[in-house]
Design a protein around this ligand. Structure first.
Ligand code: 0L1
Ligand code: MG
Length: 262
């Protein structure tokens, strides 16, 4: 670790305040270029600890930057991982208040729910499919706290990978009965298709993103508990949204899920 405990505390508090007050900031590596990967996840851990201390509940995890479209859009080369808490949950068909966010974008994702605990290292697609009964469509609303979405990987990890809201719904399917690589995905904004893709855009198979998450947790001495929801990462580029927009995600064989921005 390159940063001391009080700097980690101060950066975590700053990023959480930016999230809660819908205030943007410069990427934190500008002031702390020596920050390392462990520092980045330690800041994310501190944000989670602060939320848990205020009564939040962890509902799952997310993988981000798992598709080439997203990596290219953001100018980075590796996936990142974050946590999901209950304050991010939006009901199917529900509203997201744009005034609570900085510059939201939406991403179409294939989501998994684990039936049994998963542990790394050595987790692979087969173990993920064996442990997950259910897959379903999800729209992630990302909202980087960094000005104009300009960041590097360490800054974005510290910022809990831009997590802000998500909605899951549609039709639940068995993770083993659908070919997640070939599922067609259509993201619509106000009735118009704005992004198209297929499951294989996520690391060749969306379950590969879950396996990477499990191996990441394993390196940190953690496991993925049974009953976790996992957002496996945006299949297409993220699409900006504003108040008045209605967004629907349709995934072949998995139905649709919608959210409104007010
Ligand atoms: O979920 C994601 O793919 C987002 C990861 C963080 C990068 C971003 O804000 O686009
Ligand atoms: Mg995402």
């Amino acid at each position: 670790m390159a940063l001391n405990a009080s700097t980690l505390d101060q950066l975590a508090q700053h990023l959480e305040n930016c999230q809660l007050q819908a205030q943007d900031t410069l990427k934190i590596t500008e002031a702390h270029p020596e920050m390392d990967w462990d520092d980045a996840y330690a800041i994310q851990d501190r944000i989670l600890a602060s939320k848990l201390a205020k009564g939040a509940r962890v509902v799952g995890y997310k993988a981000g930057l798992t598709s080439h479209a997203k990596m290219k859009q953001m100018g980075v080369t590796d996936p990142v991982f974050g946590f999901l808490v209950d304050e991010y949950v939006v009901p199917e068909g529900g509203e997201v208040k744009v005034s609570e966010l900085i510059h939201p974008k939406v991403e179409p994702e294939i989501c998994f729910i684990t039936r049994t605990e998963l542990k790394g290292p050595g987790c692979h697609i087969g173990a993920v499919l064996a442990a997950c009964d259910v897959v379903l469509p999800g729209i992630e609303v990302i909202d980087s706290r960094y000005r104009d979405f300009k960041f590097d990987l360490k800054s974005v990890i510290a910022d809990n990978t831009s997590a802000s809201r998500f909605v899951v719904g549609g039709r639940i399917a068995s993770a083993r009965d659908v070919d997640l690589r070939t599922l067609g995905v259509v993201l619509e904004k106000n009735g118009e298709p704005v992004a198209l893709g297929a499951g294989a855009a996520v690391l060749g198979h969306p379950a590969a993103a879950v396996a990477m998450l499990v191996n990441h947790l394993g390196r940190r001495g953690q496991s993925l508990p049974a009953g976790s929801l996992i957002l496996s990462g945006g299949i297409t580029e993220a699409v900006p949204v504003q108040a008045g927009d209605n967004v629907t995600l349709r995934i072949q064989d998995l139905g649709s899920v919608s959210v409104r921005f007010v």
